[in-house]
Design a protein around this ligand. Structure first.
Ligand code: SPV
Ligand code: MG
Length: 291
């Protein structure tokens, strides 16, 4: 089964599936080895790992290069956080074609304006895209895809921008009618209330994806009870690694010795294993002529 078909089945199945954030080849491989069946290529995490802001400071081709490494390092489907599609319908459909060429399974686009800002930074000050314009973008993307199972998720930011349930439902319905495969309903509230209200009124018209970063206290059964199809753990590999790196850097700077460090970091052998160094050794035995 190709990766788009896998992702589509996951999103369409009535069970709740969980996908994990990754931002480079290594973190993508770690997510797969942990057991996840899909990866969220987070815009925030990819930007942060490059040392830039989540404001489209990294170009779309730079993001594409990262995705190529992530795709090569894994076998599970990757859903790209495609922000606003990097421009209008034409930029978005060109992005989609380039993603398909790299076996990326799907892309999520959000109804904001390019260059976007992270939803958790002054969300209410962020203008939303006009509904018609965003619908045209979704249609252009669906028309452009080669693989009929390539997944286009439409992310509705009405709650983030401070609007109510009516605006959220109006947008989600328009995006459904334009051919989106799923709706990502985003909320920055510390409880799942907005999403609950949306799920009740939406009543399964199209699969729903959520990102519970801010309502992290939600008990695990709640997603399933609400009929949510996919949950994204959106930035937790990035945040885990930043904490570990800050701790190690600070300790080494202070101690000027490796004695207290060596057994607290990943053994080199594990890094070599993650890189599949052994395969190259075997290949060298096979292909390199002895001198
Ligand atoms: C991301 O991971 O970049 C997202 C999700 O877009 S969020 O940061 O929650 O908006
Ligand atoms: Mg993002």
């Amino acid at each position: 089964m190709n990766k788009s078909t896998e992702l589509k089945r996951m999103i369409q199945s009535p069970t709740t599936d969980y996908i994990m954030e990754a931002h480079n080849g290594l973190s993508a491989k770690i997510a797969e080895e942990a057991g996840f069946k899909g990866i969220w290529a987070s815009g925030l995490s990819i930007a942060a790992s490059m040392g830039v802001r989540d404001n489209n400071e990294a170009s779309w081709t730079q993001v594409l290069d990262v995705l190529e490494f992530m795709s090569d390092a894994t076998t599970i489907p990757i859903l790209l956080d495609g922000d606003t599609g990097y421009g209008n319908f034409n930029n978005a459909r060109r992005l989609l074609r380039k993603l398909e060429q790299r076996q990326i399974a799907g892309v999520c686009i959000e109804d904001k304006l390019f260059p976007k800002t992270n939803s958790f930074i002054k969300g209410e000050a962020q203008p939303l895209a006009p509904i018609d314009e965003f619908c045209g973008k979704i249609k252009a993307m669906k028309d452009a895809q080669d693989n009929s199972d390539f997944v286009v998720v439409a992310r509705a930011e009405a709650f983030i921008a401070g609007h109510g349930l009516d605006e959220m439902l109006k947008r989600a319905e328009a995006y459904r009618q334009s051919g989106a495969d799923a709706i990502l309903a985003h909320s920055k509230k510390s409880d799942i209330g907005e999403i609950e209200a949306f799920m009740k009124e939406w009543s399964n018209r199209l699969p729903v994806v959520v990102v519970p970063t801010k309502y992290y206290m939600t008990p695990k059964n709640r997603y399933r009870e609400l009929g949510i199809n996919m949950v994204i753990w959106a930035n937790h590999n990035l945040r885990a690694s930043v904490k570990a790196m800050q701790k190690t850097s600070r300790k080494l700077f202070k101690e000027e010795s490796l004695i207290q460090i060596e057994n607290k970091v990943t053994p080199l052998e594990e890094i070599f294993r993650l890189q599949n160094a052994e395969e190259l050794q075997l290949a060298e035995e096979k292909y390199l002529t002895a001198v």
